[in-house]
Design a protein around this ligand. Structure first.
Ligand SMILES: [Zn+2]
Ligand SMILES: [Zn+2]
Length: 228
C-alpha cells in the first residue's frame, strides 16, 4: 500500500524483487515514480484504488533508470492507460532507438518490449504536476542515466538506486555502472539543500534525516571504492 509522505506525495515500499513505487497526486496529474517489475500490477492497482486512483488514470511515469525492476511495470500499465513516460536522456535515447539491453530483461528472464519514451530528461529540468514541481538531477553511477527526482518545496527526493537507507547505495557492476560517478552523485545528495526525506528505489524511506543519511552513504561509498 501507499504511505503518504506529504500531501500528494506517496511511496509504496516493496517486499519483493520489485522496486518501490512512488506516486504523486496533484491537480489533474497522477504520476508513478518507477513501476516495479509488473509482476505485481494487481497489487499496484489495489494500492492505487486505496488512495482514490487507478492504473487507468495514470498520466505520467517518471523512471529513475531503466532496469527491469523499475521499468517492467510500464508494460501492463500501457494496457490500461497512455501515460507519458519520462527517463533521463542517456537511457531514453537507447530505448527510443530500440536498444532494450540496459533493462537487463534478458538477464532476469523478463524481456521488455520496445517502448516510446516521450519525456527525454536532462539535468536541471523542472517538471510540473499540478502544484508539485519536480527537479531532475542526473546522478549516474548505478547506471549511466540514473536520475533522482527532487521536490524542493517538500524537501523530498526520490533517490532511485543511487542512495539507500542506512548508509548504503546502489551496485555499480551492471553495464554503464561507475563507482567514481556514484561517489560523485552521493556527494551531491549529501550537500543538497531542501532535502529532509529520501524515498529510495529499494528498502525503507529515510524521513527527516535524509541529508545525514546521504552523507553516510557518500562516506561509505568513498571508502568502499577507495576514491575521493
Ligand atoms: Zn532497482
Ligand atoms: Zn537498478
Amino acid at each position: 500500500m501507499f504511505d503518504l509522505v506529504v500531501p500528494g506525495v506517496y511511496i509504496f515500499v516493496s517486499r519483493s524483487f520489485d522496486s518501490n513505487i512512488g506516486f504523486l497526486d496533484s491537480g489533474s496529474s497522477r504520476v508513478l515514480i518507477d513501476a516495479g517489475t509488473g509482476v505485481y500490477s494487481n497489487q499496484l492497482e489495489s494500492a492505487l484504488e486505496q488512495v482514490g486512483s487507478s492504473l487507468g488514470s495514470i498520466t505520467d511515469v517518471l523512471l529513475t533508470h531503466s532496469h527491469v525492476d523499475h521499468i517492467g511495470g510500464v508494460v501492463p500499465l500501457l494496457k490500461e492507460a497512455s501515460p507519458k513516460i519520462h527517463l533521463h536522456k542517456v537511457e531514453a535515447d537507447m530505448i527510443n532507438s530500440g536498444d532494450m539491453s540496459l533493462t537487463l530483461g534478458q538477464t532476469f528472464g523478463a524481456d521488455i518490449p520496445p517502448m516510446n519514451i516521450e519525456g527525454v530528461l536532462e539535468e536541471g529540468d523542472v517538471l510540473e504536476f499540478g502544484n508539485l514541481k519536480v527537479k531532475v538531477m542526473h546522478t549516474p553511477g548505478h547506471s549511466g542515466g540514473s536520475a533522482c527526482y527532487h521536490l524542493e518545496e517538500e524537501g523530498v527526493v526520490y533517490t532511485g538506486d543511487t542512495m539507500f537507507s542506512g548508509g548504503s547505495f546502489g551496485r555499480v557492476d551492471f553495464p554503464t555502472g561507475d563507482p567514481r560517478k556514484i561517489v560523485e552523485s552521493l556527494g551531491r545528495l549529501a550537500n543538497l539543500d531542501h532535502f529532509n526525506t529520501a524515498l529510495p528505489g529499494h528498502m525503507g524511506p529515510v524521513i527527516g534525516t535524509a541529508k545525514q543519511s546521504a552523507n553516510s552513504s557518500y562516506q561509505m561509498a568513498k571508502d568502499w571504492f577507495n576514491v575521493g
